[in-house]
Design a protein around this ligand. Structure first.
Ligand code: SF4
Length: 455
């Protein structure tokens, strides 16, 4: 008989959360591979905005969903963890209720293994709750915890999560030591011998509704920004065959009528001529009327007129540029990825291609160690003046990054002892009247966006 596995995408516990093309891609890749290895796979997605049982849950406001598959999650206000009690903001559990989660667990045939993923390090309370409830329903089933938090903070996860096995492995596709664990614990497990990146496709068909599909044209990033953990999580920069990517997009479109696709690439435009442009040209030639989005941001330096035209014609609807900061000195500290004038030029190329101001967003970093509110304000103003929509991107200190030591040294919180303090909403590396500063900057960014929209 086929072994059964339950895969869990846990809750987000935070001050704010929004579904901006946020799907557990690694977990869905794992689901695809487990299925190929003979498992019957069940997914419990705590962030499922369409969960049937939630419709019957009283006193819950249905999450508003917006265009292109983005939108709100189910949300319940809960008490702040004691460590965050002084933060002047409400704290919530985003996702289905624990009751619905438990019911969904019980409705599944007893599994041979339960896999739980994790994302942001400071969302671990949601992971712990999922482990706890899974263990409560199936006390003798091994719970395997993987994902970003488990990889970045393995000691914390092993000590406190309650999982039987913590996989600290940098891979979207199949964590290194998982085969060993499964062979030991599940006698029926017959591993697929040939492991290929990007295959089998992530199991989006397990979701209640496929609003959009997240795709990868590459994995990893050739850059080494000091605040980013990409190179730790994905040490290899691997590019995918453009034709294979095209086949996957076509598969989801043909079989499941998917129109929206979100690229999760960290470096989508690197070597575009020999890579992503070939994919885009094929999309343009076939005229499918698909929509593409790039929530992770694009590298400014690679946007010339040709690529801007291709992005537009292929159906990109939301462009995000990694502006970071307009302060030249600060840019140098961040690994300066574009030179003066290149931002303006990139925006001009995009506009000439047909993109409108409200389709071009610029990510502006806020909360970096040593950064001032004035630097952020100047960057937002610059982004607006150049005809883009500035979006604040709050810095989260991440272990194993080049900036981590500095973050630990300047933070008003003990970042090392508890990942809960990595939360970007608390701006952990600024001090003084932090929340006042941030709310002034947030009001300002909104004004700049409103102004930019009128142009
Ligand atoms: S911030 Fe972006 S460009 Fe820099 S290393 Fe990370 S993924 Fe690469």
């Amino acid at each position: 008989m086929k072994p059964t596995a339950i895969l869990i995408n846990p809750w987000v516990y935070d001050f704010a959360a929004y579904d901006l093309w946020a799907k557990p891609l690694g977990l869905l890749y794992l689901a695809g591979r487990l299925r190929k290895s003979g498992f019957t796979v069940h997914l419990i997605d705590c962030l499922d905005a369409y969960h049937a049982l939630m419709e019957e849950t009283p006193d819950m406001k249905k999450p508003v969903r917006r265009r292109y598959g983005t939108g709100k999650f189910w949300k319940q206000n809960i008490s702040k963890p004691p460590q965050l009690s002084t933060i002047p903001r409400a704290y919530s559990r985003y996702g289905i209720t624990p009751q619905v989660f438990t019911t969904a667990l019980k409705q599944t045939k007893r599994p041979e293994a339960i896999f739980i993923t994790s994302l942001m390090t400071y969302w671990y309370p949601g992971v712990f709750e999922a482990v706890h409830l899974a263990k409560h329903v199936y006390p003798d089933v091994p719970v395997i915890l993987g994902g970003i938090y488990a990889t970045l903070c393995p000691e914390h996860a092993s000590s406190y999560s309650g999982a039987d096995f913590v996989i600290s492995s940098p891979s979207h596709f199949w964590p290194g030591d998982l085969t060993r664990f499964l062979k030991k614990n599940i006698p029926d497990f017959a591993p697929e011998e040939k492991l290929e990146a990007f295959l089998p496709y992530p199991a989006f068909d397990l979701l209640t509704k496929i609003d959009y599909v997240s795709v990868l044209g590459s994995s990893g990033c050739p850059f080494r920004c000091p605040y980013c953990a990409s190179s730790y999580l994905h040490p290899q920069y691997t590019k995918r065959e453009p034709l294979e990517l095209f086949e996957e997009v076509l598969f989801w479109h043909r079989e499941y009528d998917v129109i929206d696709f979100a690229f999760y690439d960290d470096a989508l435009l690197v070597d575009a001529d020999t890579h992503i442009s070939l994919f885009l040209e094929k999309i343009v030639r076939n005229n499918f009327n698909l929509r593409f989005h790039c929530p992770n941001g694009l590298h400014i330096t690679y946007i010339d007129q040709e690529i801007a035209n291709l992005l537009y014609k292929a159906g990109f609807k939301s462009i995000r540029l990694g502006l970071e900061t307009a302060d030249i000195e600060f840019q140098k500290r961040l690994g300066r990825k574009f030179s003066e004038g290149e931002f303006q030029q990139a925006v001009e190329h995009l506009k000439r291609a047909g993109f409108t101001t409200d389709q071009i967003g610029s990510y502006v970093l806020i909360g970096l160690p040593g950064q001032t509110g004035d630097q952020v304000a100047e960057t937002m103003t610059y982004a607006g003046r150049m005809g883009t929509m500035p979006y604040l991107s709050e810095y989260s200190p991440i272990p194993h990054t080049a900036m981590w030591k500095e973050a630990v040294a300047v933070s008003r919180f003990d970042l090392v002892s508890d990942p809960i303090f990595h939360n970007n909403s608390i701006i952990p590396c600024w001090d003084g009247d932090v929340f006042e500063k941030v709310s002034t900057l947030k009001a300002m960014v909104k004004e700049i966006r409103d102004e930019a929209r009128k142009k």
